[in-house]
Design a protein around this ligand. Structure first.
Ligand code: NAP
Length: 398
């Protein structure tokens, strides 16, 4: 009988062979990509004697149409109870009381890591010369920074008052016709994010963690993030990792933890991608960096993502692109982003062989030039297939 995934007191996920996993189909092209991704995930799981009992939960338009609520409390409760879930893209309701449903879910479950692996699949059209050198894993802080939503609109009494208080208390001169935002970066938020990145790098035998920040300008937020990261290495990882300044860039057999300014990083991931491995960064930098890197290896149709709290055990794995409404229901778009998010989920569950099988089958499918429209339009001699046909092609190669 299917069972729940639980978290052991030691902080390790306990995963039955037949776990119940909640899913949100997603709006727009969710109706196309979810069934395709699910078919491949089920086939790969079955090959390794696993069986997932999928449990649908509602969010977005489907939820609104059926319940009048964009993000029903029941959905949040199910994710809370079952720990691990997967979701398609969701429409951001205009004036729905939410900044974004995705951001709301991350905040309610305190999913403090946004995990975005970026690698190239042989044959995928790319705008750069050596996409094969890109193999990075981005850990983006998910709960702080300007995404905390602490801003006041220009001209409102709140903005006026805040500008006055900042002038009276701190002597700051802010133009009266300004909107003002607050950027909190905490020791807690920074250390737990960098800790997760270091552990991930150690578990997978990666060679470095680069902290990407804008600390030369924003000293007490971005600069502090960097410093707290180096402190953490000394406090908790001294036997297995070393900061750049403590080893002059020569880590011996240890994991190297280094740092890089955000603007230079956006150049260097293009000019020398081989220098980057695991990246730990603040929320806004991570947003820019993950989209820029996704483009480098073939675009958003195949970029996976996960939002994870490694302490509570909660994780939601998700397509990183939006709902692409103009293609909804056409059985046309690339299911790769959601499928590879499922692969990330399998890895997180410890189902590494099933995850590897899917990656190999996807590689073989792309190598045979069997692809959806987004790749076909950039590849010579490609066979363009529908979303569902791509799923069949991948299952055939499993
Ligand atoms: P989008 O849905 O990501 O679509 C932008 C373009 O990206 C599409 O027109 C298409 O490019 C390409 N694309 C997207 N998904 C693809 C796929 N599966 N395969 C191949 N190509 C794909 O962005 P948007 O139009 O700005 O946003 C639409 C809605 O999605 C909004 O309501 C937005 O708030 C929401 N959104 C949700 C999420 C999320 O749930 N995680 C993320 C971002 C946006 P071409 O036109 O070149 O074919």
């Amino acid at each position: 009988m299917a069972a729940k995934i639980t978290m052991s007191p030691g902080g390790v996920l306990s995963v039955p062979d037949d776990p119940i996993i909640p899913f949100i189909e997603g709006d727009g092209t969710g109706v196309d990509i979810w069934p395709a991704a699910k078919r491949v995930l089920d086939a790969a799981a079955a090959k390794h004697q696993h069986r997932i009992e999928w449990k649908e939960v509602l969010a977005g338009e489907k939820a609104y149409n059926e319940t009048g609520n964009w993000l029903p409390e029941e959905t949040v409760e199910v994710f809370r109870e079952y720990l691990i879930g997967i979701k398609g893209p969701l429409t951001t309701p205009v004036g729905g009381g939410f900044r974004s449903l995705n951001v709301a879910l991350r905040q309610v479950l305190d999913l403090y890591v946004c995990l975005r692996p970026v690698r190239w699949f042989q044959g995928v059209p790319s705008p750069v010369k050596r996409p094969d050198l890109v193999d990075m894993v981005i850990f983006r802080e998910n709960t702080e920074d300007i995404y905390a939503g602490l801003e006041v609109q220009e001209g409102t009494p709140e903005a006026k008052r805040l500008i006055e208080v900042l002038h009276e208390e701190l002597g700051w001169d802010i133009r009266p016709d300004s909107g003002v935002g607050v950027k909190p970066i905490s020791v807690t938020g920074s250390k737990r994010l960098i800790r997760a990145a270091i552990r991930y790098a150690l578990d997978r035998g990666r060679k470095s963690v680069t902290m990407v920040h804008k600390g030369n300008i924003q000293k007490f937020t971005e600069g502090a993030f960097r410093q707290w990261g180096y402190d953490l290495v000394r406090e908790e990882f001294a036997d297995v990792a070393v900061g750049w300044d403590d080893c002059g860039g020569r880590p011996g057999g240890k994991l190297l933890v280094k740092d890089n300014i955000a603007d230079i990083t956006l150049q260097q991931v293009l000019t020398r991608p081989g220098d980057f491995d695991v990246i730990a960064t603040t929320n806004l930098n991570g947003d820019y960096l993950s989209d820029a890197l996704a483009a480098q290896v073939g675009g958003i149709g195949i970029a996976p993502g996960a939002n994870v709290n490694y302490v509570s055990g909660h994780g939601i794995f998700e397509a990183t692109h939006g709902t692409a409404p103009k293609y909804a229901g056409q059985d046309k778009v690339n299911p790769g982003s959601l499928l590879l998010s499922g692969v990330l989920m399998f890895e997180h569950l410890g189902w590494q062989q099933a995850a590897d099988d899917i990656v190999r089958a996807l590689e073989a499918t792309i190598a045979d030039k069997v692809v959806t429209y987004d790749f076909a339009r950039q590849m010579e001699g490609a066979t363009e297939v529908k979303t569902s046909e791509l799923a069949s092609a991948i299952v055939d190669r499993l």
